[in-house]
Ligand binder design. Sequence first.
Ligand SMILES: [Zn+2]
Ligand SMILES: [Zn+2]
Length: 109
Amino acid sequence: MPSLNHIHTYIRKSGNERKPYESIFKCADPYCTHIADAKSIKDKASICSKCKTAEIVMNVTQLKLARPRCEECSNKPENKQKQQLKKTLEALDIFKEEEPKEEQIAKSE
Ligand SMILES: [Zn+2]
Ligand SMILES: [Zn+2]
């Protein structure tokens, strides 16, 4: 089966994040056999391995990931940073639905 003429959905085949330029990537498309080393796909377009729709550029940050993904996908709830931020916001009562008490309004004026 040949490499297809499309924007590949690169996922890491071998290597690790400490040596991003020595990793080998392959296309996640089941009909595509494309395999490439990280150096040759650096700054090339790829498709997000999560949503499979967004186009991304294989910069060094993406080359460190086993499954490169778009900004939107890396910001989804499973992202630890986001969860941490949500916790912080909850602690600050930003999501509280209760109406403020009258005496609190008076104080703030
Ligand atoms: Zn492909
Ligand atoms: Zn995505």
